[in-house]
Design a protein. Structure first.
Length: 568
């Protein structure tokens, strides 16, 4: 890979370490950067980057391509958004280690936690592994359009050791914990970049059962963390319902202290407690000041759902009359909804699921997606705001808008990080010394979340397009998307434009950089559906010295490989 010589000429180099941009050439040989400055020699291929940004490839540390990586060579949508390295195995879910008789348990868990249809996994997963090192060996034989790294997932590990007792969330015995610890360390030694776990009620299998790791007790977690610590490498990743709880943070920070390994914790703003995230950052800052390597993983926009007639949810999903058309093909669904009798009946009803009413039927928090989507929309753009301006009933307006574009219209429902109707809380989180840009969840939530486009959004919105409030500089944002994330997972060879670094790069037409509205594709195994999102402005994306994207289109090149942790 990358055997030929490639030179990017006359670009505006943003080097990934936060220094001011400068005009320079970048020469690449054998997959590595060999020269940055004025390059006088010639190359097999040259890219004229005059007036364009040249950045390191982006590193996405929170994805769920664990299944997709076994059946697809193209790691879309992430590879369409400047990502050249993605880390999967987050939130404690994955497919290894696994015995044949326990595969269904892991499929149901991934289906429920990450909204990946079971039929897609059943048809797509080739299996062919049992241990975590076996899984790595399967991935190592494959080729991708980006590099992939992974982590040992706690739920799979727990089920492998404890079977049904794990699914029942029974306490691990001392022997159970010791076996999990040994296997976790084995995975890290084989090349896993770390270990992940989940402690949130939001993570449930498709049959409604909470994730097996929800209330894993401290001795189990300590045993695993200490075993990983003894390997001298690997990171710890946690999602929890209570990152700002003093006792929970003491438990989690104790894992970092006792293992000596970096720890990251997912963090966002919830409407029910809109200021608690600040206390979590205070706890993290205190721990870091005391010498612990702890970071918050934060999303740079609202974590939101996408609603539509082709998707998992829409505002009328729990209305009684909806059940009659819920499983119809889109065109038949649209035809039924255009029937005045059906429309009147549905609009006369209330949502049957009270728990979902606030999430689905809240028109003051529901925004139509335009072709150029706005991820920081004002209240006046909500369905309720538009209805007020028109003197209309918001439910009826939403119903009619769902039928636009022959039923392909979509709505955006911010859930986290949007309590005040803007991204000011995100700005504060992103600007914190101990935070990382993350939580795009690429490869997951196929039917209602499309945040893998986060890198494109971060660069376009936060440095150029934001209408009010704080903006970040281009060097700050590039550093956050590349070098900071690479170092956070122990990949010191990338995320920077310097001689000797891995030649993962983006050539970006900054003025044209633009996200398009999410679109629905049926390109998964078994014809499964997923949301994809395109971008304009990527003149080239380069992985290991090979151009994988040119003018926003894949070239078909597959220089990406499994990345194993140091020493594996």
């Amino acid at each position: 890979m990358g055997e030929g010589r490639l030179i990017i000429r006359n670009g505006i180099v943003v080097d990934g370490i936060g220094t001011e941009p400068r005009e320079a050439d970048v020469a690449i040989e054998k997959g590595r950067i060999v020269e940055v400055g004025r390059v006088t020699s010639r190359a097999d291929e040259e890219i004229d980057a005059k007036g364009l940004l040249v950045t390191p490839g982006f590193v996405d540390i929170h994805t769920h391509y664990d299944g997709q990586a076994t059946w697809s060579n193209r790691i879309a949508p992430s590879s369409s958004h400047g990502v050249t390295t993605a880390i999967m195995g987050n939130c404690g879910v994955g497919f290894a280690p696994c015995r044949p008789n326990e595969r269904d348990m892991l499929v149901r868990l991934m289906e429920g936690v990450e909204d990946i249809p079971g039929v897609v996994l059943e048809e797509g997963l080739p299996w062919g592994w049992e241990s975590f090192p076996d899984y790595l060996d399967v991935l190592a034989k494959r080729q991708f359009d980006i590099d992939l790294g992974t982590q040992v997932p706690h739920a799979a590990l727990r089920i492998y050791v404890m079977g049904q007792r794990a699914a029942n969330r029974e306490p691990a015995t001392e022997a159970d914990a010791a076996t999990m610890a040994r296997l976790a360390a084995e995975g890290v030694k084989a090349g896993a970049l770390g270990f992940s776990t989940s402690r949130t009620l939001a993570h449930r299998s498709s049959d409604g059962m909470p994730t097996p790791t929800l209330n894993a007790y401290e001795p189990e977690l300590v045993a695993i963390a200490e075993a990983i610590g003894q390997t001298g490498r690997g990171v710890l990743q946690v999602v929890t319902d209570h990152p700002s709880d003093d006792a929970e943070f003491a438990l989690l920070s104790g894992l970092s202290r006792r293992s000596g390994r970096p720890l990251s914790i997912s963090l966002g703003q919830a409407d029910r407690a809109p200021d608690r995230w600040r206390h979590a950052l205070e706890l993290i800052k205190g721990a870091v000041d005391a010498g612990l390597p702890i970071k918050a993983q934060v999303c740079g926009r609202a974590v939101g759902l996408v609603y539509g007639l082709e998707l998992s949810l829409n505002p009328f999903s729990t209305h009684p009359s909806w059940a009659a058309i819920a499983d119809l093909p889109l065109l038949a669904k649209v035809a039924a909804m255009r029937n005045p009798t059906f429309k009147a009946g549905l609009l006369s009803e209330a949502p049957a699921d009270r728990a979902m009413k606030e999430r689905l039927f809240n028109f003051g928090r529901l925004y139509p997606f335009a072709e150029r989507p706005d991820y920081e929309p004002p209240a006046s753009d909500s369905i309720a705001g538009r209805a007020r301006a028109l003197g209309r009933d918001p439910a009826e307006l939403a119903y009619e808008m769902l039928l636009e574009r022959d039923g392909h219209a979509t709505f955006y429902r911010p859930l986290l990080n949007y309590t005040a109707g803007n991204l000011d809380a995100c700005a504060e989180m992103l600007g914190h010394r101990d935070s990382l840009v993350s939580l795009g969840d690429g490869g997951a939530h196929y039917g209602f979340i499309c945040d893998a486009s986060l890198p494109t959004f971060m660069l376009a919105h936060w440095t150029r397009d934001r209408r009010h409030g704080h903006r970040f500089s281009v060097p700050e944002m590039v550093k956050a998307l590349s070098r900071d994330n690479a170092l956070a997972v122990g990949l010191a060879d990338r995320g920077v434009i310097a001689p000797g670094a891995k030649a993962d790069l983006n050539v970006i037409d900054y003025d044209r950089l633009q996200l398009h509205a999410p679109r629905i594709s049926y390109d998964l195994p078994a014809g499964g559906r997923r949301l994809l999102q395109d971008a304009t402005g990527y003149r080239a994306t380069i992985v290991a010295g090979v151009v994988t994207q040119r003018d926003d289109r894949p070239t078909g090149a597959l220089p990406g490989r499994l990345v194993r942790g140091g020493g594996a």
